[in-house]
Write a protein that binds this ligand. Structure first.
Ligand code: 5GP
Ligand code: ZN
Length: 114
């Protein structure tokens, strides 16, 4: 756990969250400011600051995140598709420096940006 990391505190249960999925490696909870009918954050329990800090020592938890994403999407009924977003660093718009993936869905998404 990293000091002063918001998502580490959520993982530790020190800050409440609306949890949708949890296993040994991953926690997923609803975004506090949803930008779509379904907006879920999928977070590795290991503190990794951002995509740039993923390497061969910790990349297994990224695979675990994507295994969780597939389960969550099915559970949320996102049968028609969804988007997975990772913001990295200042130019990417990352505001919480603990690696996370946004699941955005429940509506037809814009085709702009990606
Ligand atoms: P980023 O901008 O780093 O890619 O995404 C951070 C996300 O965390 C934002 O979508 C923001 O709404 C969400 N967020 C920030 N603080 C909290 C919180 O305390 N609880 C939850 N559930 N989401 C949060
Ligand atoms: Zn953290």
């Amino acid at each position: 756990m990293a000091n002063d990391c918001l998502f580490c505190k959520i993982i530790a249960g020190e800050i409440p969250s609306n949890k949708v999925y949890e296993d040994e490696y991953v926690l997923a909870f609803r975004d506090i400011a949803p930008q779509a009918p379904v907006h879920i954050l999928v977070v590795p329990k290991e503190h990794i600051c951002c995509a740039n800090a993923v390497d061969e020592s910790n990349s297994a938890c990224v695979a675990k995140c994507f295994e969780a994403i597939a389960k969550i999407a099915k559970a949320e009924g996102l049968d028609n598709g969804y988007r997975v977003i990772n913001n990295c660093g200042a130019d990417g718009g990352q505001t919480v420096m603990h690696l996370h993936f946004h699941i955005i869905g429940g509506m037809k998404l814009s085709e702009k940006v990606v």
